[in-house]
Ligand binder design. Sequence first.
Ligand code: HPA
Ligand code: MG
Length: 214
Amino acid sequence: MAPTRAVIPDDFELPVDAFDIPICYDGDLSGVVIPEGLVRDRVRRLAKDIHAEIGNKPIALLCVLKGSYKFFTALVEELTNARSSCPEPMTVDFIRVKSYEDQMSTGQIQIMGLSNLDELKGKSVLVVDDISDTGRTLAKLLSTLHETGVEKTWTALLLSKRVKRVVDVPEDFVAFEIPDKFIVGYGLDYNQKFRDLGHICVMSPAGIEKYKSE
Ligand code: HPA
Ligand code: MG
């Protein structure tokens, strides 16, 4: 049975003013959907669920940049703790995927930084991504990995959006299921801004306008 996800209801938002937000993002946000502390708590349990499922196999952790950089770091830390008595090491690898501009998927998925992908040949790979909505990006990445000769893949996602999938893709380990809203923070961007924001937030109309691409 798939591990339990933490489901965020449609109307759940906490007031931005109740949190410590960097001054550069003043007025750009309209609500906090998931505070950073809650992400850390959830990732700790997710790591235990992953370890229970995968066990003491050697695994390669693949960070899908840029969006999952914070989630990846937290997950590696927690997995290291969860696997402390495991005789097999974990390795880390990085890949870059791009598909979004403004709040829209461009439909064109670019996979970059593939140079060391051959190193994953024959390995069991845990793909660590920030968000799944249409499923297209993750599906493309998984098929690329299998074409490269990766033996087995699992997916670990920080967020799974409640939207209809265009492509069915396995979501093995999901930290949070979220409503269909464009969110930023904890690695997720709007035109490259807000990745450094700790909390996962909804943007205000002023913020959307301010950082719109030309
Ligand atoms: N926010 C940021 N990046 C994204 C999102 C989102 O809601 N969905 C897909 N990429
Ligand atoms: Mg993005």
